[in-house]
Write a protein that binds this ligand. Structure first.
Ligand SMILES: *Cc1c(COP(=O)(O)O)cnc(C)c1O
Length: 439
């Protein structure tokens, strides 16, 4: 199967299978729409990033922090724990999931540009490993809370190295107009370094950057590493000691379409090591411990969404051609990425051998928005009919995690498949859940 599917997905006579279970059976047992996650694939991908980090960096390998925001549930947090990765959380809610899974707190790293005082207090209380500092206000909050609790808190400073990278393009000019981090170019980063050093409750371990998402070339990570290491050299020059840690974030791209070339861990990490080593040589610095934070690259390819097709409508286009509007029983409430940032997906009829005569189609949801589109342009069989199942691959990241209840639609379940068995790890919302908040 094409790389857009997880490794245990196959097809036979038009029927899609995951780990030997047919899509029609899954739809019957769990309903639609639903997300199906290939558990072994999730674990394999987690380990692949970890092993590649160790292979490239040896004793200088830090943590692979799985970015919870891509998708987290208590069960998935347990898988992350068992594969001995770390976990990035960026809200109190994500931290609550981690704690519920008994995730080792010293392997949790806390992000966020607007952490509340109570979020910071809980993080320090439970003993999270690292807080990634994003503003000057936060430095004082962390110091005050740590002081009250009689603790010292390890931190990294999130820096904006003046690069923004998305998909194929990276802009290595001064891209500073963002809400995250301290800008290196403006001097804000250095000001944060000076501020942090005033507080004995704060243990500054090093610097962090996260330069974008769905990045398909490794160059930009190298530029970011250069700029962070240059500041580490300034730190050494001023204070006579070296910072020991560097976190280069996530953002590694995956294949959504068969034509996409994803970044593999075996490509990314040697090139990161090369960039870090060269920058350290240039400044005669010891190589720091390097951590990374893949989210999408771990969970994205492990899931697909299964929808049932409801209505099919032929619409005549201005140029005289036509397009099939194929409506599915979900939409922007389970996948906002297409309407939010023009994401592209492929899809296939998953329950039967459909006609090989393909026609221009658009897969749309059931919501009251013209922009409620799952797949903007796709060629699908001309004989697609109500009751058919449509599977959309690579929906593991930022699908269920960004899901909403728009139009009072219950959010879909996540079903884990392992060794030919399927089980619900996050149940479908019910009408009672939807009405449960009304007083
Ligand atoms: C979103 C995010 C990630 C993960 O990004 P992916 O594109 O899913 O790999 C990692 N680190 C930080 C700080 C983030 O905000």
């Amino acid at each position: 199967m094409a790389k857009v599917w997880s490794s245990r997905v196959s097809t036979d006579s038009g029927q899609l299978f995951i780990d030997g279970i047919a899509a029609s059976e899954l739809a019957k047992e769990f309903g639609t729409p639903a997300f199906f996650i290939d558990e072994a694939d999730f674990r394999d991908r987690s380990l692949a990033w970890k092993q590649a980090l160790v292979a490239s960096f040896g004793e200088k390998a830090g943590n692979v922090y799985y970015a919870a925001k891509a998708f987290i549930s208590v069960e998935v947090a347990k898988w992350v724990k068992e594969t001995s990765l770390g976990l990035d959380v960026c809200t109190g809610g994500e931290l609550a999931v981690a704690l519920k899974a008994d995730f080792p707190t010293e392997r949790i790293q806390v992000h966020g540009n607007n952490k509340s005082v109570s979020e910071i207090r809980r993080a320090i209380e439970v003993g999270v490993g690292v807080i990634v500092v994003d503003s000057l206000f936060e430095i004082n909050r962390i110091a005050t809370i740590a002081h009250t609790l009689g603790k010292t808190q390890k931190v990294l400073l999130r820096l904006t190295p003046g690069i923004e990278a998305h998909t194929h393009e990276s802009i290595a000019t001064a891209h500073e107009d963002v809400k995250f981090g301290f800008s290196i170019a403006s001097g804000a980063a250095w000001q944060a370094v000076l501020e942090v050093r005033l507080h004995p409750e704060i243990d500054l371990r090093g610097f962090h950057s996260h330069i974008g998402s769905q990045i398909l070339s490794t160059d930009a990570f190298g530029v970011a590493a250069d700029r962070l290491i240059e500041l580490m050299a300034r730190f050494r020059d001023e204070f006579g000691t070296e910072l020991a840690e560097l976190d280069l974030g996530g953002g590694y791209g995956i294949a959504y379409l068969p034509s996409d070339e994803p970044l593999t861990p075996e490509e990314v990490l040697p090139s990161l090591f090369h960039a870090v080593k060269n920058a350290c040589l240039l400044h005669t610095l010891e190589i720091p411990k390097v951590s990374i934070e893949p989210g999408r690259a771990i969970v994205g390819p492990t899931m697909f969404t299964l929808y049932e097709i409801g209505t099919v409508k032929k619409v005549v286009l201005e140029d005289g051609g036509d397009r099939n509007y194929i409506s599915v029983d979900g939409g922007m409430s389970d996948n906002i990425r297409t309407s939010l940032y023009g994401a592209e997906y492929m899809g296939m009829i998953a329950n039967r051998e459909a006609s090989h005569n393909l026609v221009l189609s658009r897969v749309v949801g059931k919501h009251c928005e013209t922009g409620d589109i799952v797949i903007r342009d796709i060629y699908l069989s001309e004989d697609v009919t109500p009751g058919d199942l449509l599977a959309v691959p690579a929906t593991g990241a930022y699908g269920r995690s960004m899901a909403s209840n728009y139009n009072h639609v219950p959010r879909p379940p996540v079903v884990a498949v392992l060794n030919g068995k399927a089980r619900v790890i996050l149940r479908r919302e019910s009408e009672a859940d939807l009405l449960g908040l009304d007083m």
